[in-house]
Design a protein around this ligand. Sequence first.
Ligand SMILES: [Zn+2]
Length: 455
Amino acid sequence: MTFYDWYNEHVRLIVDNRYKLKGALVWTPYGFKMQRLVYNKLRALLESTGHQETRFPLMIPETQLQKEKEHVKGFNSEVYWVTHGGSSKLEEKLALRPTSETVIYPMFALWIRSHADLPLKIFQIVNTFRYETKHTRPLIRDREITFFKEAHCAHANQKQAQQEMDSIEKTYKEFFDALCTPYYIVKRPAWDRFPGAEETVAFDQVMPNGKTLQIATSHNLGTGFSKMFEITYEQEDGSHNHPVLTCHGISGRCIAGLISAHGDERGLVLPPEFAPVQIAVVPVIFKNKEDPTKTAEKVFDSIKERWRAVIDKTDETPGAKYYRWEQQGVPIRVELGPREVKENKALLVRRDTGEKKSVALSSLDKELEKLAKNITETMHEKAWEKQKSLTKKATNPKQLKDGFTYEVEVCSEECAKNLEEKLEYRGNIVGKKAKGKCIACGKPAKSVGLMSNAY
Ligand SMILES: [Zn+2]
């Protein structure tokens, strides 16, 4: 089974793409619950670092969108336009936000007055629209991008902006570590930055097919946008200055990355913290033996306050029950058969490794706690190992093959760009010192890069 076959089959538990509009998704109730767990984590992390949640309009007047030239150039071909209100043509076309810099910064111009207003750090979680001409894939490349968290911050100076860039990198690490998702932190070269940005830092995850998925970005926008939108603040000495802006984003791709990092041939595998159902209690019924359902109900009652738990009282075969919860990625199954009932025990089955452990009912709570922690640690470790095994070193362009991401060394941005154009691989800079020769020209290399086939 190829990665795409696996992905298309199992992503459907989370989002359904059979709606009759290309690149538009329907979140299932199960997927929506999972999304809420994931994004509440992200919200809490952002709020704990001083970002406040807001909501801005979806539509952008054409003149406003086109204020920052480089920015527009980067998005022009992907913008959806609203041209009519009812049957009358609008005087000015309205864009559906592809991203919200040009929506938010005019408000910053009104809100920011003095140095005391800085830093200003806000975010919103919204849908954005990009007319993708490439092949769409649910949660990986959509035309309506769902759950796009975009944060926008204004700082008194470059030093404050850099502090925010560093702080957000830390926040993102914490977020993806919680999801047990592996990543590389890279800097995008000049030609591949966010339109209008002076620096772009990205989190790239190596997917099971060796391609990289950009799962988060942060951008230092300098003062370009604040000049265009006339954002100024009064400094302590009474003079006026333009604030330095930064922005950072994470989309529903973080969920594509999460399920791809951990899934196996039986379906989803989810870390307990983000599993909509953490524990499935399954009475295992045998003919002519005592029915364990009553004990299972008691067990379920005793854990349901503490855990997101379900009890499976369907009359399907044990195999069919196991399959259902495994496919959904439920981290722990608590099985109760006649033997367990007789011995006052329960059989704990973990989804990530399939390991089973018989525990006394009296210590169930403690055992579940321990197991959930261990599952998280194991998933984290396994996912990082997998990413490592999908990353190879290459010293000659001929060594680059589909199915892997490569660490390479280059002498200059020019060599990296040439190589990228020739191979259709995306090049990035990682913060390591080069020791060898440039993969493109053979001269002494200056920087280490990551080359991959990217989404
Ligand atoms: Zn070179």
